[in-house]
Ligand binder design. Structure first.
Ligand SMILES: Cc1ncc(COP(=O)(O)O)c(C=O)c1O
Length: 427
């Protein structure tokens, strides 16, 4: 597999290099030079999740890894289902929260851990990642206890749900967590600064597990196909998918699924009031504003990392950005929607509710809608309980971590402090 840096096209890397390096020169994202094409998608959809995902990922990776290796990576990573659940006659939920940390990030995080192990030369690796909530848990659990790998996770102090925090800040061992006095965007900026620091990069074998790592996105492509395989041919015919978006990794993966052959009529980029992308799609002006805290905190991102990949893909495929639908939902509307969904028999959480609301608003006659449920409702128990006036039960993994002690360090949003911390734990 060959990939190029979309900012500096002459930087070309293999899958292994892209996985190890994460980000290219000048903070450029890697993008596949060639996209596979699946002509007989119906045959692909007939296969089981692991076999189909192996076919898809092998088609991307090419001869760099034998197909049997890719198959065992997929078997190890995807040990839980991506389930389609009917919500109304014309809308289903794609539940991506049946993995160990109850969020869609389990697919990408675990496949990235497998990829890194498959391409590793045994040297020291430090995974540095910023999280607005769920990436941290998925990455921490995927890499916990792996030899020669230290994981450092930055998150905005007080801006992720207490249960989310418990899920990844209680592991210890090779997992180091830092509560940053700042926003998610601050955390993300410091990760980028670390990548720009050649000396640090070398000293600690820096890598990132954010959705900038191509292996995570590749894994996410597979569940769009899995969702389609659970729909009827009629439902697939006019399929509209609404994606709750923050850093836009999930939407990038969906668009890649479409690019390699999955017939999807339209995507909806669904955000909260941190709506840089919906505004950009309307006005053509990219004007990020300061991040606003919302109920859907994992989407409190105003400078989405993956957006350049979406532009690159659209340009390569000749898709106009105006084909991408979008919308932004306020907290009040999110709460109303969550309540209405619950009253109609479906328990959701704020991120999924945003995607559902925009889908309901924008779905046309004859279309079938799918919205992504990116986290288990119990991960946002405080707000979900509050909105619904319920006490929703905690599933096993959350109940276990909820009573464990937090092990995080605290730092300011100051790169010098983070650099010193990285050298201390991983240098
Ligand atoms: C629950 C949840 N929903 C949606 C998102 C947004 O996904 P993306 O960053 O791929 O747009 C996140 C990201 O952290 C998340 O944790």
């Amino acid at each position: 597999m060959k990939l190029y840096n979309i900012k500096e096209n002459d930087e070309q890397v293999s899958f292994g290099q892209a996985v190890k390096q994460g980000l290219g020169r000048n903070q450029g994202l890697f993008f596949p030079s060639e996209l596979p094409a699946f002509d007989d998608v119906d045959a692909l959809l007939e296969k089981d999740f692991v076999s189909r995902s192996t076919d898809i990922l092998s088609a991307f990776i090419g001869d760099e890894l034998p197909q049997e290796t890719v198959r065992s990576m997929v078997e190890n990573a995807f040990q839980f289902p991506a389930k389609v659940e009917k919500v109304t006659d014309s809308v289903s939920a794609l539940e991506l929260f049946h993995g160990p940390t109850l969020a869609f990030k389990d697919f990408g995080g675990r496949f990235m851990a497998q990829s890194l192990a498959a391409v590793s030369d045994g040297g020291k690796v430090t995974i540095l990642t910023a999280t607005s909530g769920d990436t941290g848990a998925a990455v921490a659990h995927a890499f916990y206890g792996m030899e020669n790998i230290n994981v450092v996770i930055l998150y905005p102090k007080g801006k992720i749900s207490p249960l989310q925090e418990k899920l990844f800040c209680t592991l210890g061992g090779n997992i180091h967590t830092v509560a940053v006095n700042g926003t998610f965007d601050d955390c993300q900026t410091m990760v980028k600064q670390a990548f720009d620091d050649a000396e640090l990069r070398q000293a600690i074998g820096l890598n990132s597990a954010n959705s900038i790592n191509i292996s995570r996105l590749m894994a996410q492509i597979c569940y769009y196909f899995e969702a389609a395989s659970q729909l009827t041919p009629e439902q697939r015919e006019n399929l509209v998918i609404s994606v709750p978006s923050g850093n836009f990794g999930n939407l990038t993966a969906g668009l890649l699924a479409k690019a390699i052959g999955l017939p999807i009529k339209r995507f909806i980029a669904a955000t909260n009031v941190n709506d840089t992308v919906p505004r950009y799609l309307k006005t053509g002006e990219w004007t990020p504003t300061p991040t606003i805290p919302t109920l859907s905190n994992a989407m409190d991102v105003s400078q989405p990392n993956n957006w350049p990949r979406i532009e690159e893909l659209c340009q390569r495929k000749g898709w106009g950005l105006n084909e991408l639908a979008s919308g932004a939902v306020t907290d009040k509307e999110t709460a109303e929607t969550l309540k209405a969904m619950f009253d109609a028999g479906y328990l959701c959480e704020p991120h999924g509710a945003i995607a559902y609301r925009l889908l309901e608003e924008q779905l046309q006659d004859g279309e079938y809608g799918l919205f992504l449920c990116t986290a288990h409702p119990a991960k946002f128990k405080e707000s979900v309980d509050d909105i619904l006036g319920q006490d929703i039960p905690l599933p096993g993994p959350l109940a276990k971590h909820a009573v464990m002690e937090l092990l995080s360090s605290e730092r300011d949003a100051d790169f010098a402090q983070i650099r010193a911390y990285l050298m201390e734990v991983a240098g």
